[in-house]
Design a protein around this ligand. Sequence first.
Ligand SMILES: [Zn+2]
Length: 71
Amino acid sequence: MEKAYLDVCIAQCPECKTYYAEASWYAIELECDLQCNKCGKSFSPKKFSTDRVMVEFEVSEEGKVKKVRVV
Ligand SMILES: [Zn+2]
């Protein structure tokens, strides 16, 4: 079983408190703003991030994801 990883950032909309999970390279490194799907507010996921985790994907020989966990 092969493994692949994704660095994920959890951010919360400052207006309606909805949580979003976004790739860290996009949310933190590029500092792109997110637009909330619920209330329409644009906010910085870097400024309003609540957590950052590494997600591990177990990948089969055929390249299909079999299992996902937080490491
Ligand atoms: Zn919102």
